[in-house]
Design a protein around this ligand. Structure first.
Ligand code: FAD
Length: 480
């Protein structure tokens, strides 16, 4: 039945028109719709956002507003506590109905559950809808009725649970209210970096917004999905989808991506399954976070609470700047500066280096990534850092310590990735590109490299660091 007053639709990390359950329900009602975006206090709801994601948000919001305008609507921007904002906007609009898509991270649920109750107590009709996952985290449980802690059985259960429901179409038109409530200007929210503008090269690869996401998906399916299984591990190749920041802001839903990989008879099944498994890792991470809200703060394996981290600030700084003297690590950390992104293989190597070679608490790395990645995600980031540390669920064991030289030689054999992001090594013979510290002096001289001057000497000797890490791990094993 059509509502007589406008329906507010509150958008959070779901800045899209397509496959948006709350928006579709509001549009189907036939009432006027008021799309609303709230800049929430930093420590609640969507926050806190890292600096790289603030950059993304600026462009994502303006792209989304444009899409809404194209279908006869608009986006109202407000700042403040959601309860106050919703009450104010509703009063201005003469509305008492609000729809939103659910969030599954601890900040989001801690905001939404009491908010819903407070709004209902004030006489609002509040409808929430399935959000940003293939399946809600209350759907898949293991044989004993508990949440999954191991990926493979989770994946099997996900596969066995059938295809996720088909994505729903975007509304063609939205009914505008007779009078729009007042709106702020997000250009005045100071989301973009100024001095220095470290994000100046982000636009080389990113187009925030739903249209950018759809283009990315189409290009990936047409050009890259075939061969994904092997190419995804080669950082120099554009072998992955680069959909992660679009997913993080909900400019595309995982259901839309999943369904776009159906019926591709020409594409090898192995490539499709491997790609879907990656989407399932995101899903698994959300399940872990939903059932362990302190995943980003506490070791799931409590033995690690007694781990003796060294937390050397100078080493941490060298890692963040990409000055460790290990080219594959430095290239990754500099890719992060340049594009707010790092290839998955290199994320694993750089994270392992921080945790195991430098013995720096994984939580510092997690926080750095949260601040600098455009795809920073409360679930995938926390779960991945715990996975590398060995402190998480279904984690890689601590004693699996990546050798940054061998990893570089295996996954970037010609040094193309390193040369792209560490230009001071560009002329070094490929034989030494991952180990400039063992290159003969003439090879360094021919490439114009002076170790310790034009490129750093290693911050630590890997063989020494490996033994030290294993000894530290043995201590917590002995203590348990
Ligand atoms: P593709 O290979 O095209 O994969 C498709 C999608 O699957 C990705 O967009 C992503 O949503 C999901 N996915 C892929 N790999 C993983 C994974 N290992 N865990 C969870 N989801 C995955 N991913 C984030 O989205 N946000 C993060 O904050 C994040 N932090 C990470 C931190 C560390 C230390 C590590 C090792 C990995 C992290 N990842 C994170 C996972 C992964 O590196 C990225 O999802 C991937 O590199 C994104 O690139 P893509 O979209 O081209 O991936």
């Amino acid at each position: 039945m059509k509502s007589s007053s406008p329906i507010l639709v509150w958008f959070r990390k779901d800045l899209r028109l397509g496959d948006h359950h709350a928006l579709a329900a509001a549009a189907a009602d036939g009432a006027a719709v008021i799309p609303l975006y709230i800049r929430e206090p930093a420590d609640s709801g969507n926050g806190p956002l890292g600096d790289a994601q603030r950059w993304w948000l600026q462009y994502s919001l303006s792209a989304f507003r444009e899409s809404l305008q194209q279908i006869g609507s608009d986006l109202v921007f407000r700042s403040g506590d959601p309860l106050d904002v919703i009450a104010d906007v509703s009063r201005e609009a003469g509305s008492a109905t609000i729809f939103w898509n659910r969030r599954y991270d601890p900040n989001g649920t801690a905001t939404d559950a009491p908010l819903k109750k407070a709004l209902v107590d004030r006489g609002f009709t509040v409808n929430s809808f399935a959000g940003q996952l293939l399946h809600e985290p209350t759907r898949l449980f293991n044989k004993t009725g508990g949440p999954y802690r191991v990926f493979t059985p989770f994946w099997r259960a996900l596969e066995a649970s059938g295809e996720p429901p088909a994505p729903i179409d975007p509304p063609e038109r939205l009914v505008a209210p007779e009078r729009w409530p007042a709106s702020e200007d997000p250009d005045r929210w100071n989301l973009l970096p100024t001095q220095p503008n470290w994000a100046s090269r982000f636009t080389e690869i990113w187009t925030p917004g739903e249209v950018g996401a759809a283009d990315r998906l189409q290009t990936f399916i047409e050009d890259t999905l075939d061969g994904y299984k092997t190419a995804r591990d080669v950082p120099a190749d554009a072998g992955t989808s680069l959909l992660s920041p679009h997913l993080a802001f909900g400019e595309i839903s995982p259901t839309q991506i999943w369904h776009a990989t159906r019926g591709l008879t020409e594409t090898p099944v192995d490539d499709i399954v491997t790609f879907r498994k990656e989407l399932a890792w995101r899903e698994f991470s959300y399940n872990l976070l939903f059932h362990n809200p302190d995943l980003g703060r506490r070791n799931l394996d409590r033995r690690f609470d007694g781990f003796r981290w060294l937390d050397n600030d100078d080493h941490f700084e060298r890692w963040t700047m990409g000055h460790t003297g290990y080219p594959i690590v430095d290239a990754g950390m500099r890719q992060l500066w340049r594009h707010g992104y790092m290839h998955n293989r290199v994320r694993m190597i750089a994270a392992s280096f921080l945790i195991k070679d430098l013995l720096i608490d994984w939580r510092r790395g997690e926080a750095w990534f949260r601040d600098t990645l455009v795809d920073a995600d409360p679930a995938s980031n926390a779960a991945s850092w715990q996975w590398v540390a060995g402190s998480g669920a279904d984690a890689s064991p601590f004693f699996r310590i990546f050798n940054p030289v061998l990893q570089g030689e295996k996954f970037d054999p010609n040094g193309d990735y390193v040369k792209r992001f560490v230009p001071e090594l560009a002329d070094l013979d490929a034989r030494y590109i991952h180990r400039p510290f063992s290159a003969p002096q003439p090879a360094l001289a021919a490439a114009g490299i002076t170790l310790g001057v034009t490129y750093p000497a290693p911050v630590i000797d890997h063989a020494f660091a490996r033994d030290r890490a294993l000894a530290a791990f043995q201590e917590i094993r002995n203590a348990s």
